[in-house]
Design a protein around this ligand. Structure first.
Ligand SMILES: Cc1ncc(COP(=O)(O)O)c(C=O)c1O
Length: 424
């Protein structure tokens, strides 16, 4: 008689007790029990190089001793009050974020997830402008709450059948697979021109803001062509609408800069962040200018928003990123991984379109006719897992193998990952 594996037992519990929207990778999933640095370990003791960081969360590595110490010290001192009491960690964190945020963004609001941060940013944009419409991009992901899901372009994540109808989607800037069939640079930013047409059609007097990821994550690691953000910033200024950048995936050195907007000298009006800000602690924020923040005066408390443990942890995260120069490491290791994947893809029948910035990199998996091949992508993920590498999957067609390892990853570890991808 066969003995049921631990994974099979847990899958039965999952089916019985979790809402079925909670899905997971792998036909034969490992049971992850422990994390240390860039590695995860399953309950059988098998080691995996974490190439996805819990979707770009664990940028400073698993079980980071400096962050753990700050968290444990804070847990011992004071675990929770709420924003109605004055505490220091949230104010020190807000001060630190103001020091690294683009332009004169210096006023923060804290909450617990990326969805909430985007919801807060969209609320703020309506309060400031008095308008209620939004422009968003196709292939985007902004979260599970009503406004954030309405702004989400990826059909996969638009579960609600009655999403808000005053959020208009313009084509995303993906030159490798242009959604409007154009070719860059001859198109002269046709996608930005379409975006302008959406603003005009809706009437700029009805649009509060454009919300977009500077580099789309779940949409398949979509890096816009240079000049795109300049065009879009100009459009926002011309039509007097705000620019909200969702940096939930990209902030905190994922792309080699504190914020991805820095690659293009772009200064948004509101930036949202989450994920790597807490390195595993649930904390998120939006940050904006004094002028825009002044529109939000009615009470807007978030119970866990300024949690002292999460804020102390995030302060330790920022400190670790600075002292260990994680931005530079992301850039250097990202260049190594990008070049390595490009040379593998050059001779590989099923890997193509390597793209990314810093340690945020995607590779399309294609069939013999160069069409997206989601089934093969799943098979590759399974094979990489068996070889000891946990990679991610993104993209409109779910055929983008995605690599976003902790930024502490070494040159040798990237080389071992490349060796395994070359075996696919
Ligand atoms: C760009 C982006 N924005 C928002 C979200 C939603 O964040 P959360 O899951 O923390 O609510 C995600 C989640 O992956 C995301 O990738």
């Amino acid at each position: 008689m066969s003995v049921e594996s631990q994974a099979q037992t847990l899958l039965k519990l999952k089916d019985k007790y979790l809402v079925p929207c909670v899905c997971h990778f792998y036909k034969d999933p490992p049971v992850i029990a422990r994390g240390e640095g860039v590695y995860l370990f399953d309950t059988k003791g098998k080691r995996y190089l974490d190439c996805y960081s819990g979707v770009t969360v664990m940028s400073a590595g698993h079980g980071n001793p400096r962050i753990l110490r700050a968290v444990i010290d804070q847990l011992r001192r004071l675990q929770h009050t709420t924003t109605i009491y004055l505490t220091e960690p949230v104010l020190r964190l807000a001060e630190s974020l103001a020091a690294i945020a683009p332009g004169n963004l210096g006023k923060s609001f804290f909450c617990a997830s990326g969805s909430e941060a985007n919801e807060a940013a969209m609320l703020l944009a309506t309060l400031y402008t008095g308008r209620h419409g939004f422009i968003a991009l196709s292939a985007s992901l902004h979260g599970r709450t009503k406004w954030a899901m309405s702004a989400t372009g990826l059909d996969l994540w638009r579960t609600d059948a009655r999403l808000l109808n005053n959020v208009y989607h313009a084509p995303h800037p993906y030159c490798m697979e242009c959604p409007i069939g154009e070719t860059f640079p001859g198109c002269a930013y046709a996608c930005a021109a379409k975006l302008e047409r959406h603003i005009q059609d809706a009437g700029p007097e009805n649009i509060a803001a454009l919300i977009a990821e500077p580099i789309q994550g779940n949409g398949g690691i979509i890096v816009p062509p240079d000049g795109y953000w300049h065009q879009v910033r100009n459009l926002c200024d011309r039509y007097n609408i705000l620019l909200i950048l969702d940096e939930v995936q990209t902030a905190m050195n994922r792309t080699g800069r504190w914020f991805a907007s820095e690659h293009w000298g772009l200064v948004p009006d509101i930036v949202t962040m989450a994920k790597a800000l807490g390195n595993g602690l649930p904390i998120a924020a939006m940050i904006t200018t004094d002028d825009i923040a002044a529109a939000y005066t009615r009470p807007g408390a978030s119970t866990f928003g300024a949690n002292p443990v999460a804020c102390s942890g995030a302060l330790a995260v920022l400190d670790f990123h600075s002292s260990e120069r994680l931005g530079e490491r992301s850039e250097a290791r990202g260049a190594q991984l990008l070049q390595g994947l490009q040379s593998i893809a050059a001779d590989h029948p099923h890997l193509a379109k390597v793209r990314g910035k810093g340690l945020m990199i995607g590779v399309s998996v294609i069939d013999a006719g160069a069409n997206p091949d989601a089934a093969r992508c799943d098979a590759y993920l399974e094979r990489l897992k068996d070889a000891g590498f946990l990679a991610g999957k993104t993209g409109q067609h779910r055929n983008t193998l995605t690599f976003m390892p902790p930024l502490t990853i070494s040159e040798t570890e990237i080389a071992t990952l490349l060796d395994s991808v070359a075996e696919l």
